[in-house]
Design a binder for this molecule. Structure first.
Ligand code: SF4
Length: 324
């Protein structure tokens, strides 16, 4: 069994900068993050230890003087409301989310009816549409029917939607309403595109792909779907301890990728565990069964996680540039 890393994986600059902004804030013990700054338990714990508090949403009550908007951004209405409550607001909004806001505003200013391709309840989408009086958020072909009778449609997407899906939706809109003028601004962010493309390449050459990322992470779930669509068995884990030995049964090539909220350390730990499984296979193939320690006589991932091997990680994870 060999382990192949995606060409592009892991934490994006937007999330990295937001975490850094919170950790380096001189007001961090008086700072509450409004929503999950990153969909990763370890990083959230690190923030908590640094004195940064987190509440569930922009509407939650806070007992600090400073608040932070996450990389997902928020509407002007929300930010103004926070200031009206006397709070000091730090905005860690990713520049690529801000670009999506500007793109949508420009379309509205030119008279297009705003349409967002994405999940209506996602915090980024709520921020995108939060200042608009009329809009539609669509996430399937069935939703397109709600746009009947609109002469001019201005379309953007949530930054973490797969580009293929977004283009399909735009095409479906044009087919459904050939008389309408459909103006599309591509707001899928570059890190998402790169990770999606890399996941597609990876899935085409792997039996199994392990996708590392938080359960709440939209782009991680999309990576799982991309790998499945590419023909690989795909499994999502939040940490190395979530790996299941049976997933790797019969696999010759195992791929590893990670969502844009996943820190390097978590990817390294999963990579380490997979490399050790590969080493175990090698020992078994050459007659040394000491490498197999699992109760089923196969890989013992949990033992590896509890006592990581001293073997170095791949040069890419150890010495390569950050995955961004
Ligand atoms: Fe920014 Fe894209 Fe990362 Fe979201 S996923 S924070 S838009 S770079």
């Amino acid at each position: 069994m060999d382990v192949i890393l995606a060409d592009s994986l892991g934490m994006c600059f937007g999330v990295r900068d937001a975490v850094q902004m919170a950790l380096s804030s001189p007001h961090r013990t008086e700072l509450t993050v409004l929503g999950e700054l990153v969909h990763n338990a370890d990083v959230l714990h690190r923030l908590e230890q640094a004195g940064v508090r987190t509440v569930g949403s922009v509407d939650a009550a806070v007992d600090t003087t400073h608040v932070m908007i996450t990389a997902h951004g928020a509407s002007r209405r929300v930010v103004d409301g926070l200031r009206a409550r006397g709070l000091q607001v730090r905005e860690a909004t990713c520049p690529l989310v801000a670009h999506a806001h500007r793109s949508l505003q420009r379309l509205v200013a030119r008279g297009y009816f705003p349409v967002v391709i994405g999940k209506p309840d996602h915090v980024e989408v709520r921020g995108l549409v939060g200042d608009l009086d009329g809009y539609e958020v669509i996430q399937s072909r069935e939703d397109i029917g709600r746009l009947a009778g609109r002469a001019r449609l201005g379309v953007v997407s949530q930054t973490t939607q797969p580009l293929d899906f977004v283009l399909e939706m735009v095409e479906a809109l044009r087919e459904a309403y050939p008389e309408a003028e459909v103006r599309f601004a591509d707001t899928v962010c570059q890190p998402t595109k790169e990770r999606q493309q890399a996941a597609r390449r990876l899935a085409s050459s792997c039996d199994v792909v392990i996708v590392v990322g938080g359960r709440n992470s939209n782009n991680t779930r999309q990576l799982v779907r991309t790998c499945e669509a590419g023909g690989a068995r795909a499994y999502q884990v939040e940490a190395a301890a979530d790996l299941r030995p049976q997933w790797l049964d019969g696999a010759e090539h195992v791929g590893l990728t990670a969502g844009t909220s996943t820190p390097d350390e978590t990817i390294q730990a999963v990579h380490q565990a997979l490399l050790q499984c590969a080493a175990d296979d090698f020992k078994v193939a050459f007659g040394n069964e000491s490498g197999r320690g699992g109760p089923d006589g196969k890989h013992n991932v949990h033992a590896l996680v509890a006592a990581p091997a001293a073997a170095p990680l791949s040069a890419r994870l150890l010495g390569g540039s950050p995955p961004e």
